[in-house]
Design a protein around this ligand. Structure first.
Ligand SMILES: Cc1cc2nc3c(=O)[nH]c(=O)nc-3n(C[C@H](O)[C@H](O)[C@H](O)COP(=O)(O)O)c2cc1C
Length: 236
């Protein structure tokens, strides 16, 4: 078929891995593919915690409810939606545009959009700004076509989770293409795992933990089922 499609169709959630080392080079390739995923406003609102040491893996696997893929993985990747990095990321992109000699007009345009984003994305104390902005947008929407930006902290995490999930999928497909297997997991104790990693609830939310390794020859995959295409798709 095609190598990209092969990796997509071959990928399965593997529940038992055999112990293999993941080299630094392979780790970098997998993570590099993950961060090349598209993200809203190119904001890349996520962080990856790659857990590889035996002791740390045991601790994290325990917080993944002792699930078999977590216990047997060569590495565990805790993928975190990160609202705390937004302004540093925008500054980084701006600095890169300046270094790369983007036209002044493009730089000013990006600066302006980043400023509007900052204002829109600020929920304010007790979500007060969010409530005011929501009311204003609701009124404007009565006669104007517009999309509702993420206003509350909950909206912001939902917004960041979309881009984070795309990075997760890139990571899993890249791992598959490079001869590894994965299992995405949302079965974990988010409160304890956040504390273990030193995350802060205001800025961080764990989206999923991805177990990576090589499928154990002793593991037999169940058949894969998907809804038929016509139950999933509406063609207009
Ligand atoms: C967001 C998400 C969370 C998941 N959580 C778990 C989990 O905690 N444990 C697990 O064994 N599998 C988990 N899975 C894997 C799914 O069960 C699996 O993808 C699904 O059954 C389809 O199987 P396949 O990926 O092999 O096609 C999760 C998948 C996703 C996308």
């Amino acid at each position: 078929m095609n190598q990209t499609l092969d990796a997509i169709f071959q990928r399965r959630a593997v529940r038992v891995f055999e112990p293999v080392e993941i080299s630094e080079g392979l780790r970098e390739q997998i993570l590099n593919a993950a961060r090349h995923a598209p993200s809203s406003f190119n904001s890349q609102p996520y962080k990856f915690y790659w857990v590889r040491s035996a002791a740390e893996k045991v601790a994290v696997a325990k917080l993944c409810l002792g699930q078999k893929p977590a216990e047997t993985a060569s590495a565990l990747v805790v993928v975190v939606a990160d609202l705390g990095s937004l302004s540093v990321t925008a500054q980084g992109q701006l600095a890169w545009m300046r270094r790369s000699n983007f036209p002044e007009e493009k730089i000013r345009d990006y600066e302006r959009r980043a400023k509007i984003g900052r204002i829109l994305f600020m929920p304010g104390p007790f979500g007060m700004f969010a409530a005011i902005k929501r009311a204003l947008f609701w009124l404007l929407n009565l006669w104007k076509v517009l999309g509702m930006p993420p206003l509350s902290r909950q909206d912001l995490f939902k917004w960041a989770t979309k881009s984070t999930s795309l990075a997760c999928q890139n990571l899993m497909i890249a791992a598959e293409a490079l001869g590894m297997n994965t299992c995405p997991m949302e079965g974990f104790d988010g409160r304890r795992l956040s504390r273990y990693l030193g995350l802060c609830g205001r800025h961080h939310d764990i989206v999923m933990v991805i177990a990576i390794g090589k499928k154990s020859p002793a593991y037999s995959e169940p058949p894969q089922w998907r809804r038929p295409l016509d139950a999933t798709v509406t063609v207009l």
